[in-house]
Design a protein around this ligand. Structure first.
Ligand code: OOB
Length: 544
């Protein structure tokens, strides 16, 4: 058993098993099963058109698993994975599961600040990266991570490995490997984060397999499904809701798009006759515009899943007419709980709600600031527990004490109301986080970086309304004494040099002498939010 994570209480675990939510099978079996029943079907196609059957993918994973063991990666070892949407990700993901190691999934956009923290927290044994991606040399990043985190012994590189180990060369003849305990942690996902640094989310074989299986059923995935991975494969939405894993589970075909741009994605939809894909709202908006001028044939598309941040009712109602497919809203979280609008829901509910919980075993409470249940239909914070929602972050006891109730409910920090149909409408947020078109930015994490700037005395990060992204990031600064406060460009350079991911850089910087305070003396972020919103209105831009 991996230590440092919080398992479900025995009573709940027994119930989830007895009721069939947890099947007691390792996660990698979903690939093995298909390789046995449909070996010659195409499992995976990459952006360039290279194709792998189920048998080939399965065999590659076996060979790499054996190679990883030979390299010294042992059962329970954590391996930080930072790979873009390529076959290398898929093979390594299954190879690690089979070697009994735990993939720790990070985004290609993450940089030194995030990776060092993640590798350190996980006590990672290895790091897997591309050589270069999106004009960035990840080997430079790996050198910095190794220097800062001595437990990282191996760097595995997809492509030109330089002084590191080439992933391609890791293969060895398959060996029998011990079967992992299905109730143990299979994978560690990254949380959006509301505090100083991102947290790690343990997902077990049992819970994640159920997440994938139930999602695939609700979304109508079957062997005719051709799923386009548009978001990063490492993101829970694209990986398991039902995503890449859900498609492999049912014997469909996964197609990997290198980017979410309409040029790349539309060309792949046409070429591979893609039937379903998942995007965040800004990409949905971009695609709704792009169909006007892009010539591609999108007639194969049956379903567009949209989630990660709130999709407005107006663009929601434009999806079907413009793209000729059904819309599904998805309100999910890497921590577990998934809400889907159903394929047979009336159009009103699909356009105006963020779906209802996936599982009959999902328990939902909506509470006020004192933790009391609000009256039916009123808005409050969503609390949840269930067979695929974590009971605690990995190695984070202090944070866990705040993020969970005594009886195990996870405090989502999302403000919702529940309709009589059980559908949820997301009304806002009670957490100190900015949701920049699906990318989550912890205000505290960014403020800590800003406070490190010599000319900054105090910093407060708030969201500001934005027509495309939902919100963008505004950093309010109080300069240090007579110092000249940094401009937005100077700050961007400063933060980049500190190894902060580009999506976290403030979109706007505002300088003030003093922060508004609440009655208890905390920075009044609501007031700052109102100020920047008013300023945007006065400038004639913003919410639009
Ligand atoms: C997904 O997962 P995360 O972990 O990146 O972010 C979770 C948070 C939620 O707590 C909520 O604040 C926000 O993202 N969110 C939405 C939303 N979907 C997610 N807010 C409003 N409307 C929505 N539809 O973002 C995620 C994971 C699995 C599937 C889909 C999204």
């Amino acid at each position: 058993m991996l230590d440092g994570w919080v398992p479900w209480p025995e009573e709940a675990a027994q119930r989830y098993r007895a009721e069939g939510f947890w099947e007691g099978r390792p996660l990698d079996r979903l690939l093995r099963d298909r390789a046995e029943t449909d070996p010659e079907r195409v499992a995976l196609v990459d952006g360039e058109g290279a194709r792998w059957t189920y048998a080939e993918l399965d065999a590659r994973a076996d060979r790499q698993a054996a190679g990883l063991r030979r390299l010294g990666i042992a059962a329970g070892d954590r391996v930080v994975v930072q790979l873009p949407n390529t076959d290398a990700f898929v093979v390594l993901f299954f190879a690690l599961l089979r070697a009994g190691a735990v993939p720790v999934l990070t985004l290609p956009a993450h940089r030194e600040s995030e990776l060092v923290h993640v590798a350190e927290t996980a006590g990672a044994r290895a790091l897997a990266i591309p050589d270069t991606h999106d004009h960035f040399d990840h080997r430079t990043l790996a050198r910095a991570v190794r220097k800062a985190v001595p437990s990282v012994e191996h760097v595995l590189v997809a492509g030109d490995a330089a002084e590191f180990t080439a992933l391609d060369g890791v293969d060895a003849d398959p060996v029998p490997l011990p079967v992992p305990d299905p109730s143990d942690v299979a994978v560690l996902l990254l949380s959006g984060g509301t505090t100083g640094k991102p947290k790690l989310i343990p997902r077990t074989h049992d819970d994640y397999a159920y997440n994938v299986r139930a999602s695939a059923r609700i979304c109508g995935f079957d062997s005719s499904t051709v799923y386009l991975v548009v978001l990063p494969t490492a993101h829970n939405f694209a990986l398991a809701c039902p995503g890449l894993l859900g498609t492999l589970l049912v014997g469909g075909t996964v197609v990997l798009s290198p980017t979410p741009s309409p040029e790349d994605a539309f060309a792949l939809i046409e070429r591979e006759r893609v039937t379903v894909t998942a995007v965040v709202p800004p990409i949905a908006l971009l695609w709704l515009d792009a169909v006007e001028w892009e010539e591609a044939d999108l007639s194969s598309l049956r379903l567009l899943q949209v989630g990660g941040s709130k999709l407005g009712a107006e663009p929601a109602s434009r999806v079907s007419p413009a793209l000729g497919c059904a819309l599904q809203q998805v309100f999910g979280m890497a921590e577990g709980l998934l809400n889907y609008t159903r394929l047979d829901d009336p159009p009103e509910l699909v356009a105006h709600t963020q779906g209802r919980p996936m599982s009959p075993a999902d328990e939902i409470r909506v509470v006020d600031e004192n933790g009391h249940d609000v009256p039916p239909g009123a808005t409050g914070e969503l609390l949840t527990r269930g067979p695929y929602t974590l009971r605690g972050y990995y190695r984070a006891p202090a944070h866990n004490a705040r993020s969970f109730t005594d009886d195990g409910y996870y405090r989502t920090g999302d403000l919702v109301r529940v309709l009589p149909s059980g559908h949820l409408v997301v009304e806002g947020r009670a957490k100190d986080q900015i949701n920049r078109g699906g990318d989550k930015i912890s205000a505290e994490e960014l403020e800590n970086h800003l406070l490190a700037h010599p000319a900054v005395h105090d910093a407060a990060v708030v969201g500001m309304p934005d027509a495309t992204m939902g919100e963008r990031t505004c950093a309010y600064l109080v300069p240090r004494g007579p110092a000249v406060p940094p401009t937005q460009r100077e700050l961007a350079a400063f933060l980049t040099a500190r190894g902060v991911a580009a999506y976290k850089l403030p979109d706007r910087v505002e300088v003030t002498d003093v922060f508004p305070r609440t009655s208890v003396g905390k920075i009044d972020k609501k007031e700052l939010g109102r100020r920047i919103t008013a300023l945007l209105h006065a400038e004639g831009s913003g919410a639009g």
